[in-house]
Design a protein around this ligand. Structure first.
Ligand code: URA
Ligand code: SF4
Length: 199
């Protein structure tokens, strides 16, 4: 067995992360969860998608974005040639479901932050999509109207990050007309794909 101080290989590091998250009780959201929801998708992907927090379906299945919002996210990514499980790594700002799907508090987001930081370090994505205003706040500490901020590139720890509308918002605003939230999101995703393809 070679001896070294090198960090564990990615699969071992990911297994450690999953284990540590499963045991985490750093914030009050631990009390209401069925499961900690860490990630789905491909840890070797160049794209990371960060949402707000698990909903009911996610809490039940232990995987992020598997309910209706997740299905729409998958469809929209597919429309620009991205398979959500093959070409992306998907996670949330908080890993446990907030009661009644309320927004996570700043304290909860801060408590969960080390797990998100670890995910960034392990995955090393080139491009990050921040789904919704809460993801933008949780990741970059930036508060504001997503209608104004979506589609604008940010630099985040040496990588590209773009806020987009949350798919739940798009479920409530289904029009695809030019200028609609869905249409704008499609433009954003096309820009994201172009950035990914540029390497
Ligand atoms: N909404 C989110 O922000 N994340 C999920 O995982 C599911 C719905
Ligand atoms: Fe831990 Fe995050 Fe769950 Fe809070 S939300 S208990 S910090 S994993």
């Amino acid at each position: 067995m070679p001896q070294s101080d090198a960090p564990p290989p990615l699969p071992a590091a990911l297994a450690n992360l999953a284990q540590a998250c499963a045991a985490c009780r750093r914030c009050p959201l631990a009390a209401g969860r069925q499961q900690v929801v860490v990630s789905r998708g491909n840890p070797a992907a160049d794209l990371m998608v960060i949402g707000e927090g698990p909903g009911a379906q996610e809490d039940e299945q232990g995987r992020p974005f598997v309910g209706r919002a997740g299905q729409l996210l998958d469809q929209m990514l597919a429309s620009v040639g991205i398979d959500s499980n093959r070409d992306a790594y998907i996670c949330n700002v908080v890993k446990c479901r907030p009661p009644d799907n309320r927004k996570p508090t700043p304290a909860e987001m801060a408590a969960c932050r080390p797990w998100l930081e670890t995910q960034l370090e392990l995955i090393q994505p080139a491009v990050v999509l921040l789904a919704g205003a809460t993801a933008l706040e949780g990741a970059l500490g930036e508060r504001g109207a997503i209608t104004k901020l979506r589609g604008q590139w940010r630099s985040w720890q040496g990588r590209w990050a773009m806020p987009i509308f949350h798919p739940s918002y798009l479920l409530r605003n289904p029009s695809r007309a030019e200028g609609s939230p869905k249409w704008l999101t499609w433009q954003d995703l096309k820009a994201m794909k172009q950035r990914l393809d540029e390497g």
